[in-house]
Each structure stands twice: as structure tokens, then as C-alpha cells.
Design a protein around this ligand. Sequence first.
Ligand SMILES: Cc1cc2nc3c(=O)[nH]c(=O)nc-3n(C[C@H](O)[C@H](O)[C@H](O)COP(=O)(O)OP(=O)(O)OC[C@H]3O[C@@H](n4cnc5c(N)ncnc54)[C@H](O)[C@@H]3O)c2cc1C
Ligand code: SF4
Length: 343
Amino acid sequence: MMRLPWFGFHSPKTLAEAAKILAAEGPRAMLIAGGTDLLPNMKRRHQTPATLVSLRQIEALKRTTNGSSATLGAGLTLNEVVANPMVREQYAGLWQAAAQVATVHLRNMGTLGGNLCLDTRCNYYNQNYEWRKAIDFCMKKDGEICWVATASKRCVATSSTDTAPALMSLGATVHLVSTQGERDVALADLYRNDGIDYLTRRPDEILTEVKLPAAEGWKSSYWKLRRRGAFDFPVLGVAAAVKTARDGTVEEARIALGAVSSRPLLTKGGELLVGRKLTDEAIAEAGRKVASVAKPMDNTDLDLYWRKGVVGEFVGYALREIRGDDMSATRLRIARHDLKEIP
Ligand SMILES: Cc1cc2nc3c(=O)[nH]c(=O)nc-3n(C[C@H](O)[C@H](O)[C@H](O)COP(=O)(O)OP(=O)(O)OC[C@H]3O[C@@H](n4cnc5c(N)ncnc54)[C@H](O)[C@@H]3O)c2cc1C
Ligand code: SF4
């Protein structure tokens, strides 16, 4: 049995109190929300904070607003996000992404903020201490070499959050709060393509809410590739959001990818669609463009060349769903992992 290391614990009731504790403790402290990522990581000695600052008692982090734009508190559990009719009706891509994270039990604990700040993953890292010690560790924790790319000076662990690509395609920003002040950051700028230092968030900052622009005229969709349909981290996530005029001409479009690099990736594929209708030809072109920037590494499940090979196909699924095609049979096939059908 893997045991947690010893740690101090604070459970503040206000944001100001949490920010103050975090500032006083410095980098030896970490935030904990649902703990579904952090606690297993602590058991494997990936992270060994001296102090945990829990966000669970802070009601302000559960706030949701819906006006001309929408905000979702970072402390909402993923099941609360999924149960929100505004999310389901106006931000379908986010709803689909949140509903496919882990299992219902984990979504009851896991939060939106925790999902956005999820640690990067790698087959050589997500192992217990003894396993990692047996290979002399790796650069991300306790070691010096990267076993995936031995000549690399950078860790290439994979960003595996489902909601980040969905929210990026929707044009989300996040709000960060510390004792030093507050700031809004475009979600795309919250991430770095670095498996170790993967967030631009400072250790003293708390991600408090996600802001979404008005959904009028937009449709969105999220498609996830994973080994087990019941639950698994994504080995590919494709999120698309498209704004069309009444005659179906695309006015704006964004396509984002998950699990193909150390950061969720906002691609330029959507730009190819602007001024055109969502024809099969335009969709295929966007799929090829997006696939060309996907660089999955050999550090997660399924063959990496095959994973890269299906990116364009998954972009097609998302865009065809947005166009209004009935994609339910394809969704079922992927959920059943009937992957031999995917070219
Ligand atoms: C078996 C299993 C399967 C899983 N499958 C998936 C999956 O398919 N897709 C997926 O995306 N995830 C998956 N997860 C990971 C995890 O359950 C979710 O990502 C969840 O949303 C994490 O949220 P949390 O609140 O539990 O985060 P925590 O574990 O509490 O925190 C995660 C990280 O975020 C930081 N953090 C948390 N909240 C904040 C905040 N408000 N501000 C700043 N930093 C913060 C913490 O310090 C920590 O570094 C899985 C986990 C398990 C154990
Ligand atoms: S990508 Fe390399 S350095 Fe990063 S976790 Fe994997 S093996 Fe370690």
C-alpha cells in the first residue's frame, strides 16, 4: 500500500485567507481542491509539499454567473459543471469534455480548477517511487535524464486535461488571485510547452474562475480518444468551436488539441474555415492542417504514429457534429473502443 507523506493542512474559508497562507508558506505549500490528481501523486512522491492549503471550504470558488458572458468557479466539481444546464446548452464542447473526465466518483471530487492545473503525465513518471528508482528516475522528478527523448534537455510529459482544450476552443480566460493582486489570463497563455514547468501560474496564485465569452452564434464539440471508454486519460483530445452566420458561413473558428504535447494546443486550423461553409472539403483541409502540428510523444498509451494519424479524422468528427451531422453512431463506436474502424 502506498502511504501519503506527512504534511501540514490548512482549510481556509475565504479566498483572502487562502492567498495569505499561500504567500506566507511559499513554494513548500501546494493548493489542494478535490485531491484526485495531487493525492495519488503525493503517494508516488511526485510532489511532497510540506503544507496543503485546501480550497474546498471556500464558497466563493463555487460561484457561477450567466449573463452576456458566463463565469464558472474553479471550485465547482466536474459533476457540478456537467449538471449545469447553461453549460450543456451553450457550451456543449465543455460539457462533453467534463462529462468524459475519469469516472463519476472522481468527477464528484475533482474540480474544474484542478483539471486545468493537472500535472503532466508520462509512462516513466506515473509510477511508484520504487519503480522510478529502479530506472534511476527521470528529469521530471529526482533524476537527470528523459527516458522518452534521451537527448532532450526538456521534459516532454503530456498535458492530459480534457477541459483545457475545450475551454481554449471556446475562448476562455482564467482569473488568478494572490496577495500581490489579481489578473486575467487567456487560457492558452496559462500553459507552457514544458513537462515540468507547465503552468505560467505563480505558486502563490489561486485560479479562482473561468470566464467564457457569449455563446450566441457559436457551436462547439469535444472528441476524446482513450483506450477504455468507461474511463481513461485522453491520448488525444480534439475541441472545436465555430461561429457561423445565418447562411452557414463561418465567421470565427477555433480548434484545440489535448494530449499531443506538454500543453493543450490552440491550432491555426480554425482560421482555414473562416469565410467558408463547413463543406466536406473545408473540413478535410482543416483536419490536415491541425494534424500537421500534432506531435504526440511515445510516453502514453497507444502507438504514437497511429495517434498522430487519427488527428485529422477526429477534427472531422468534431466539425461534422457542429455542422449538424448525426455523429451518435461514431461516438458509440469510439466509446466501445472499436478502433479498427478508425482508418
Ligand atoms: C483514475 C483516474 C483517472 C483520471 N482520468 C482523467 C481524465 O480522463 N481526464 C482528466 O482530465 N483528468 C483525469 N484524472 C485527473 C483528475 O481526476 C482530474 O483532472 C480532476 O479534475 C483534478 O481536479 P482536482 O480538484 O481533484 O485537483 P487536485 O488533485 O486537487 O489538484 C491538481 C493540481 O491542481 C492544483 N490546483 C487545484 N485547484 C487549483 C486552483 N483553484 N488554483 C490553482 N491550482 C489549483 C493543485 O495544486 C494540483 O497541483 C484522473 C484521475 C484518476 C485518479
Ligand atoms: S518526458 Fe522524460 S523527463 Fe518527462 S516525465 Fe517522461 S521520461 Fe521523465
